[in-house]
Design a protein around this ligand. Structure first.
Ligand code: THU
Length: 150
């Protein structure tokens, strides 16, 4: 995946972030989950005044993909105000389907990196980071008796 491709998917993730329902945190997160055959699934965070039922952008995208019959994914692109990596719950959720998933994280504000870096050739995003690298030891659960699928 080249730089232009990554920037394209990050731009789509920024569109998704505009749909975020985040009146409590004010932290808009958008996501694009890319299927193995190039399918695109968008996600945004959705919060609740009860807080705990809130869901992250990554899991809304994953749920959308699954319900549309696509559970083989090659990459996820996440944008947020501070370029956060997927949370622990999302890492585990995504790992169930795609341990080799490539994770890219970028800023919600597409211009933020050029404003903070003198090196104009520097990438504005981090990645690819393999999901398995973000979740060390996670294969042990899948390989245990608990990971046995009925
Ligand atoms: N959030 C995401 O949607 N994805 C992440 O990777 C990190 C956090 C959301 C959850 C909550 O709505 C807000 O960002 C603040 O944590």
């Amino acid at each position: 995946m080249n730089n232009t491709d990554v920037e394209h998917y990050l731009a789509l993730a920024r569109e998704a972030a505009r749909k975020a329902y985040c009146p409590y945190s004010g932290f808009h997160v958008g996501c694009v989950l890319l299927g193995q055959d190039g399918e695109i699934f968008k996600g945004c965070n959705i919060e609740s005044c009860a807080y705990a039922p809130s869901i992250c952008a990554e899991r809304t995208a994953a749920a959308s993909a699954i319900v549309q019959g696509v559970s083989a994914w090659k990459a996820v692109f996440v944008v947020s105000p501070t370029r956060v990596s997927p949370c622990g719950v999302c890492r585990q959720f995504l790992y169930e389907f795609a341990p080799g998933l490539h994770v890219y994280v970028g800023y919600l504000d597409a211009s933020i990196e050029s404003a903070t870096s003198l090196d104009t050739t520097a990438k504005s995003y981090l990645g690819p980071i393999t999901l398995a690298d973000l979740l060390p030891g996670s294969d042990s659960l899948q390989q245990s008796a608990l990971g046995h699928k009925r």
